[in-house]
Design a protein around this ligand. Structure first.
Ligand SMILES: Cc1cc2nc3c(=O)[nH]c(=O)nc-3n(C[C@H](O)[C@H](O)[C@H](O)COP(=O)(O)OP(=O)(O)OC[C@H]3O[C@@H](n4cnc5c(N)ncnc54)[C@H](O)[C@@H]3O)c2cc1C
Length: 261
């Protein structure tokens, strides 16, 4: 999605061939619907791969030719394992690891993409720190950690914690509070009011279970939600947190910058 938007931005006419739909199954369906709508608005077609045919080097969708001059494969990756005498247990081609990221051979650890648990840089980095902690003798908790999922589209998408689908499946009573950025003075002043913030919380203590954001700075904002989830914060904690803004200086700065372009 990021690449497609980039190529559209530089005047190309990209088409996304989707190996599966939804494009990102781990994304909250509300975020997915938002970005699909945005791609449509950006005139970037999303075509299910299964509905295409290739004939004589040309691509067809429903008998119409889809013109292209380059194909970029942005599908999921596989682990690159060096040839070795040590026999590590593999799962789907990735090194099988326990909660401390230790492989089937004691003393050999595998953090990051190579264990197939995630394909994100910050997860690889967090796992590496957990490996160091485990080697130093600090047991790594089995508790599920909250990793943000960031997508650098325009606007950015980010989510942390449970998606609406996961909360529904868990059977917990929940509510969703959603705020469009058009109701946020700072977003309006900066000319970045496309998007929303959604907070999913359980209805007993109002503990926040998941947050989804579509916004120009969603990938930064999500860290705040990360702290909230890590501390088992509630919507009351969130509401009591005061956010300062430098509205007028920003307004002048943004308007000045856009006028000087
Ligand atoms: C195009 C692209 C965009 C991405 N964008 C994002 C993003 O926006 N945000 C995000 O969170 N993640 C992103 N990722 C994913 C992110 O890059 C990976 O999750 C992250 O790099 C994984 O870190 P790693 O240390 O596990 O593996 P790597 O970064 O792949 O590091 C593995 C290292 O091991 C080396 N190596 C391999 N075999 C051997 C060997 N036999 N001996 C010695 N060294 C070896 C490799 O050369 C490499 O340096 C992106 C990935 C790609 C490809």
């Amino acid at each position: 999605m990021e690449l497609a938007q980039f190529f559209a931005l530089i005047g190309k006419k990209p088409t996304i061939l989707a190996a599966e739909l939804p494009l990102m199954p781990q994304l909250d369906s509300y975020l997915e619907a938002f970005i699909m709508k945005k791609l449509k608005k950006d005139k970037i077609p999303v075509i299910p791969l299964a509905e295409t045919q290739v004939s004589a080097g040309k691509l067809y969708h429903k008998d119409a030719e889809v013109p292209f001059d380059r194909v970029i494969n942005a599908s999921f990756r596989t682990a690159v394992l060096p040839p070795m005498d040590i026999k590590l247990k593999l799962e789907d081609g990735y090194i099988a690891t326990d909660s401390s990221h230790q492989s089937s051979v004691p003393g050999i650890y595998a953090a990051g993409d190579v264990n197939g648990k995630s394909y994100l840089a910050h997860v690889a980095s967090a796992q590496a720190l957990e490996v160091i902690a485990a080697i130093q003798g600090t047991p790594v908790s089995d508790e599920q950690r909250h990793y943000p999922l960031n997508i650098y589209t325009d606007p950015e998408l980010a989510q942390i914690g449970l998606t609406e689908e996961q909360v529904k499946a868990s059977g917990v009573g929940f509510k969703i509070n959603q705020y469009p950025l058009t109701a946020n003075g700072k977003a309006l002043a900066e000319g970045e009011s496309e998007g929303f913030i959604r907070v999913i919380y359980e209805t007993h203590y109002h503990e926040v279970l998941g947050v989804q954001i579509a916004a120009a700075n969603a990938t930064d904002l999500i860290s705040e939600a990360g702290i909230l989830l890590e501390l088992e914060g509630t919507t009351y904690d969130l509401a009591r947190t005061i956010h300062a803004i430098l509205l007028w200086l920003r307004y002048i700065w943004t308007r000045g910058a856009s006028r000087s372009k």
